[in-house]
Design a protein around this ligand. Structure first.
Ligand SMILES: [Zn+2]
Length: 137
């Protein structure tokens, strides 16, 4: 006689083992089966929770289901305030007078530029200039 495997005992627990005569004649397998049955009963026992707790839990779930996920009115108001602040900051920056800037060229630079322009606009070719210098004196 071979003893039942754990799988056979599990099948017996759930009514899938049609032949249970071995349990009547074998005290070892009977004890294992009873132990497994006790564990199954403990695992599937109803939790010790009061009806009031369950009713309150159900009311809380229903209350949350009725409430919308997002409060669009608050989001819309917040977006409006953000847009107003953005417009205010941008218009403040656009209407502000520009900061005083230092001139790009100093008077010495302007004089240098005017001398260069005068030299450049001379109608006499550059090659003639040394010859003119010889006769000027
Ligand atoms: Zn056995």
């Amino acid at each position: 006689m071979t003893h039942w495997t754990d799988e056979q005992i599990t099948h017996w627990l759930y009514g899938l083992e049609p032949e249970a005569a071995h349990l009547d004649g074998c005290p070892d397998c009977r004890q294992r089966a009873e132990s497994a049955s006790a564990r199954k009963s403990a695992a599937t026992a109803a939790p010790d929770v009061s009806w009031e707790f369950l009713a309150e839990q159900r009311r809380s779930i229903n209350k949350r289901l009725e409430r919308p996920l997002y409060d669009w009115a608050r989001i819309r108001n917040f977006a409006s305030v953000v847009m107003l602040l953005l417009v205010a900051v941008l218009s403040f920056n656009l209407l502000r007078p520009p900061a005083a800037t230092s001139p790009l060229a100093t008077p010495a630079d302007e004089r240098l530029f005017s001398d260069l322009v005068a030299i450049d606009q001379s109608t006499v070719p550059r090659a003639v200039k040394p010859i003119q210098n010889l006769f000027e004196e």
